[in-house]
Design a protein. Structure first.
Length: 185
């Protein structure tokens, strides 16, 4: 099993939506006619990025939007090895040939929270994530609020998303990707 950690906001949105009973079928960008056709064949609605949802209407990847969407519950149980992946973000002003990925502290901290609850051997990278979480656990919300990603979202008017995504252990839901959709474990 692979755990993808994208605190601001994909992982948080998936957890929130699954907590409210949604089934999520991921589809790679761009959202075009092919994506719309896919959604129609499975009876799903397109969920846009924040900016696109304002432009086109409909649901967005904002976790605060996901709390309003409810669907049928589907549960599954899987037992397997676990890999935790911290996603990172892209520099908005990277030059054409520069590496566009930047460190994303909210994802390192999110990975550290998950990893700190798992047993078994851990890589040095996992230990660093756990250490960052253990050192910072009393100020997670403040750190995410002031992070580059947190500032970017706040500047675009998504303060409530940052607040929501900065909460720790607010649900027991674990979404898993099963047969091309995220479901509740």
């Amino acid at each position: 099993m692979v755990i993808i950690v994208d605190v601001l906001s994909f992982s948080s949105t998936v957890v929130t939506a699954i907590d409210y009973g949604a089934e999520i079928y991921p589809y790679p960008p761009p959202i075009n006619e092919s994506a719309k056709a896919f959604a129609e064949t499975i009876g799903a609605n397109i969920v846009w990025g924040r900016a696109e949802s304002i432009k086109y209407g409909g649901h967005s990847l904002s976790p605060m939007s996901a709390t309003a969407n409810k669907a049928n519950l589907l549960r599954a149980e899987l037992g397997t090895n676990i890999t935790v992946v911290s996603c990172g973000e892209k520099w908005p002003d990277a030059l054409k040939n520069e590496d566009k990925l930047r460190p994303s502290i909210e994802d390192y901290l999110g990975a550290g929270i998950i990893l700190s609850k798992l047993t078994g051997s851990k890589s040095p990278e996992a230990e660093v994530c756990i250490g960052a979480y253990e050192y910072s656990k009393n100020k997670i919300s403040e750190l995410i609020w002031d992070s580059a990603s947190g500032r970017e979202l706040r500047e675009r008017g998504y303060e409530q998303d940052v607040i929501h995504c900065s909460q720790v252990d607010i649900t027991t839901v674990v979404p898993i990707l099963h047969e091309n959709k995220f479901i509740r474990l």
